[in-house]
Design a protein around this ligand. Structure first.
Ligand SMILES: O=C(O)C1=C[C@@H](OP(=O)(O)O)[C@@H](O)[C@H](O)C1
Ligand SMILES: C=C(OP(=O)(O)O)C(=O)O
Length: 451
């Protein structure tokens, strides 16, 4: 299971109206954290609805290598945690493949233990900056024994005999950095504080509290969040039902909006307000998205989304919304390609350090398919063509990035001419069922046959 495997191209074609009901896999952020916290806690954790994508399974392997017992039992995953403060030194390197969340959070989780751990990843992950996590860990006393230039993987960490709690102001809007510091704080005596000027997805805070950690969150009069965690407390195993991933739901959702006549329902989608920026933006563009049967599930709100094809118009997406839809810009750019007028997306600098430079990859893919767009240092402007007239016909370089591959395969369903992506293998990192699910709704997508 590796993403440095031979590329497999795929092509999508203009499709008839999409219809039917579907269920996307479990939320990736919650699935990673379920394996981590369950692996650390005392007692048994039972997870249903887990995303069985490569990224998350790597996190499971890492927790096993540090002493957790993890097994699949029918539809559930059962974890017997190591018990608090009892992670073991892994015998070999922890290979996180393509997963930024997996590696950055685990560096925090394991970094403050009195042991040596080596972290590796695929070509894409090895290009991504790790300094954003290593800097606060250094302040806590963690030794970076070895790292490639610019704090890139492979990285070897040596935990301190006596780690110190810190107060850390997160310098960029990043849930991964916030989470790495909090998870590091679990094994440190005293109070670790994270100051978060711009709110990001709050799964770590919510799940830590759910496992019994002593954690408090206060928002001051300037809207800055102060998250305080008392270290060396006790986490207790629990049951977790993972809701559907809104970042995966984004693909059938946008497809249904742009393929004329479509009418679909996506069931059980997580509606946490730190994750619904795309839905809000599409509704502002005129999208007919109706959340049905809003309900509470395991401390989160979920809903079934009824989505009907809609004429879209361009809007300006403010920078302050970026953290609530950070992984959805590639597919929003595809929706914008079919909208009347210009869509301007601001505050996109973080897109440059994802699985690929997503700002450059999206702009190149749009241009290859006849879309008029402008790429700025931290913005993207897309001037759409309703009904996709003249769009398509290009091949998109995916750069080992699942969201680039899925976004452009969605584009081809409504463009005049087919759209090809140079590789679809890495879609399995976050959404292994993508092809089958889309085909089930009526999408004309095919993978190149390998000899
Ligand atoms: O914490 C998380 O689960 C994630 C945080 C985001 O990354 P950043 O923290 O780098 O913004 C997001 O892009 C990633 O897919 C998942
Ligand atoms: C950025 C993403 O993931 P990660 O950072 O975990 O690789 C993503 O899934 O879009």
């Amino acid at each position: 299971m590796s993403h440095d495997m031979p590329p497999r191209p795929a092509t999508s074609h203009k499709s008839e109206a999409l219809s039917g009901r579907c269920r996307v896999p479990g939320d990736k952020s919650i699935s990673h954290r379920a394996f981590m916290l369950g692996g650390l806690a005392a007692g048994r954790t039972r997870i249903t609805g887990l995303l069985e994508g490569e990224d998350v399974l790597r996190t499971g392997e890492a927790m096993k290598a540090m002493g957790a017992r993890i097994e699949r039992q029918g539809p559930a995953w059962i974890i017997h945690g190591t018990g608090n403060g009892c992670l073991l030194e892994p015998e070999g390197p922890l290979d996180f493949g393509n997963a930024g969340t997996g590696v950055r959070l685990t560096m925090g989780l394991a970094g403050t233990y009195d042991m040596t751990v080596r972290f590796t990843g695929d070509t894409s992950l090895s290009r991504r900056p790790m300094g954003r996590v290593l800097d606060p860990l250094r302040q806590m006393g963690v030794q970076v024994v070895d790292a490639r230039e610019g704090d890139r993987l492979p990285v070897t960490l040596r935990g301190p005999a006596h780690a110190a709690p810190i107060s850390y102001r997160v310098p960029m809007p990043s849930a991964q950095v916030k989470s790495a510091v909090l998870l590091a704080g679990l094994n440190v005596p005293g109070v670790t504080t994270v100051v978060e000027p711009v709110m990001t997805r709050d799964h770590t805070e919510k799940m830590l509290a759910g496992f019994g950690a002593a954690l408090e969150v206060e928002t001051d009069s300037d809207g800055v969040r102060h998250i305080r965690l008392e270290g060396q407390g006790r986490l207790e195993g629990r049951d977790i039902d993972v809701p559907g991933d809104p970042s995966s739901a984004a693909f059938p959702l946008v497809a249904a909006l742009i393929v004329p006549g479509s009418d679909i329902v996506i069931e059980n989608v997580l509606m946490n307000p730190t994750r619904t920026g795309l839905i809000l933006t599409l509704q502002e563009m005129g999208a007919d998205i109706e959340p049905l049967d809003r309900r509470s599930a395991g401390g989160e709100t979920v809903a079934d989304l009824r989505v009907r094809a809609s004429p879209l118009k361009g809007v300006t997406v403010p920078a302050r919304r970026a953290p609530f839809m950070i992984d959805e810009y590639p597919v929003l750019a595809v929706a914008a390609s079919f909208a009347e007028g210009e869509t301007l997306m601001e505050g996109l600098e973080e897109l440059r350090v994802k699985e690929s430079d997503r700002l450059a990859a999206v702009a190149a893919g749009l241009k290859a398919n006849g879309v008029d767009c402008t790429e700025g240092r931290d913005f993207l402007a897309v001037r759409g063509r309703p009904e996709g007239k003249g769009l398509g016909g290009g091949t998109v370089a995916t750069h080992l990035d699942h969201r680039i591959a899925m976004s452009f395969l969605v584009m081809g369903l409504a463009a005049e001419r087919p759209v090809t992506v140079d590789d679809e293998t890495m879609i399995a990192t976050s959404f292994p069922e993508f092809m089958a699910l889309m085909q089930g709704l009526g999408a004309r997508i095919e993978t190149a046959q390998t000899a």
